[in-house]
Write a protein that binds this ligand. Structure first.
Ligand code: MG
Length: 317
């Protein structure tokens, strides 16, 4: 881990230290759930933090493994939750990046079978990628259902309408070694209120990896590919100028490490400080990549840093 400021390495930072850190960074990358909102509720102060960063000339982007909605719907959600100055171009979701991968990297010819939700299908179609139509086949089984002849990729993501038939079809398509196997992300689960959880795309990918005997290429965090999508759209992004802020050590902090960013854990989501410290103390050096450089209780802690900066600016005027 690089260390520009002496207080790095799973260190809780506050007002003046946050200000110094933000002054040194041009690009602020935010995870969404657990960082700026919980489902349909914005984290207190988050909208103000985002607009202050934009007002101070920072490039702000949102990097989310949530593949369930097209970017357009994200813009509406941002607006609805009070983030009124967020534009489409700032949003990088795992389904959008999957569409870019299929279109621009592997230049897929033929159809894509989506083991996922409508939002993923819509994002792919928006990029001009044709998806196997979800046929309504009452009573069909894997013994007698139709299989599309030209499936060149299977993409797995969040699928709350997963059926055994869909899993079986995807497994059959993957018998063809030329058919690509992609996953939007590998998140194992997501927290819900009341201690309940939602199985993540990673759990569906695991099922398909077992039945196909193949390993999926993961597009979302912690894979570096999402950063490649960002740098293809924002010229001159320097990893040394980037700060990744997230709530999940195994996803967000590892993504930041993989891309060479400074990382910040916020304690409003999944991972807790004790887990980060355990990774820090681990004898397995691989685990050190999951340790955040900085820790804050909430991104609302940024507000006092801005206030100080604004006070200083006023005094110098
Ligand atoms: Mg999160």
């Amino acid at each position: 881990m690089a260390g520009a400021f002496g207080f790095k390495g799973c260190q809780k930072i506050r007002g003046p230290q946050i200000r110094k850190l933000l002054e040194a960074k041009d690009f602020i990358l935010f995870d969404c759930d657990g960082v700026i909102w919980h489902g349909e509720t914005a984290i207190t102060g988050a909208a103000k933090v985002v607009s202050s960063l934009i007002r101070h000339g920072k490039n702000v982007v949102f990097v989310t493994n949530n593949c369930t909605r097209p970017r357009e719907n994200y813009v509406h959600k941002f607006y609805r939750l009070g983030f009124t100055d967020v534009m489409l171009e700032q949003i990088f979701s795992s389904s959008y990046c999957s569409a870019l991968y299929l279109r621009d990297v592997v230049k897929v010819r033929g159809q894509v079978f989506v083991m996922g939700c409508d939002g993923m299908r819509r994002e792919l179609e928006e990029a001009g990628i044709s998806c196997v139509e979800e046929a309504d086949e009452p009573g069909a089984t894997i013994y007698d259902c139709a299989l599309a002849p030209d499936v060149k990729a299977v993409l797995v993501g969040h699928d709350d309408k997963l059926t055994f038939l869909k899993l079986a079809k995807a497994s059959c398509y993957l018998r063809d070694p030329d058919c690509l196997f992609l996953a939007t992300d590998n998140d194992p689960w997501h927290p819900l209120s009341g201690g309940r959880i939602l199985p993540g795309s990673g759990s569906l990918t695991a099922a398909l990896e077992v039945s196909s005997g193949r390993k999926a290429t993961v597009i979302g965090k912690p894979s570096r590919f999402m950063f490649e999508c960002i740098s293809s759209q924002f010229r001159g992004v320097d990893p040394a100028q980037c700060l990744m802020i997230g709530d999940r050590l195994e996803v967000d902090m590892l993504f930041g490490s993989n891309c060479g960013f400074d990382t910040m854990l916020t304690l409003t989501g999944v991972s807790q400080l004790e887990e980060a410290q355990e990774y820090k103390d681990s004898e397995l050096t691989d685990k050190h990549r999951l340790v955040p450089d900085y820790v804050v209780d909430s991104i609302a802690d940024f507000l006092s840093a801005f206030e100080e900066q604004e006070d200083q600016e006023e005094q110098s005027n």
